[in-house]
Design a protein around this ligand. Structure first.
Ligand code: ATP
Length: 134
């Protein structure tokens, strides 16, 4: 089986590194599937799950946006934050989700709605990747 090297990198360092058979990610333009031999490209990502197919298994990494770069022998995902499914703190994500929902529901004028929406999306994404729903 042909494979391609994948790295998920954040400002705090690498989060995931492996040779995989396929990478799926949520680009701004829609879902992308990258197989070995894919043409080089760069795409901005949405907050979402990156799926990595490897030896019959699919591993999940939650990414908070960023960029995906495809080179002939390597896919690099650069994200502000990224967590492997098993590293996600579900209680923390639930608390972040509730906090964001409270902010979105409050009628206060000084609430930054866009910021609260993004925090909500990150929390929901983490809960989905961890296999739980708030
Ligand atoms: P919170 O409000 O809980 O901090 P957040 O979405 O604002 O959530 P980020 O700014 O996206 O957090 O991330 C800050 C750092 O904390 C990153 O290193 C990220 O990987 C980590 N992180 C955030 N939430 C979780 C979580 N639920 N489980 C594990 N790591 C997390």
């Amino acid at each position: 089986m042909k494979t391609i090297k994948v790295s998920v990198v954040t400002p705090d360092g690498p989060v995931y590194e492996a040779d995989v058979e396929m990478v799926s990610a949520k680009a701004q333009s829609g879902e992308l599937g990258i197989l070995p031999g894919h043409i080089p490209m760069v795409a901005p990502l949405q907050i979402g799950a990156v799926r990595l197919k490897k030896g019959g298994n699919t591993e999940l990494v939650a990414v908070s946006g960023g960029f995906l770069e495809v080179r002939p022998d390597q896919v690099t995902i650069l994200a502000q934050a990224a967590e492997k499914a098993e590293d996600i703190d579900v209680e923390r994500a639930k608390a972040a989700k509730e906090r964001a929902e409270r902010r979105l529901q409050s009628k206060q004028e000084d609430i930054d709605l866009r910021r609260a929406e993004l925090a909500l999306q990150r929390a929901i994404n983490r809960l989905n990747v961890a296999g739980k729903r708030g």
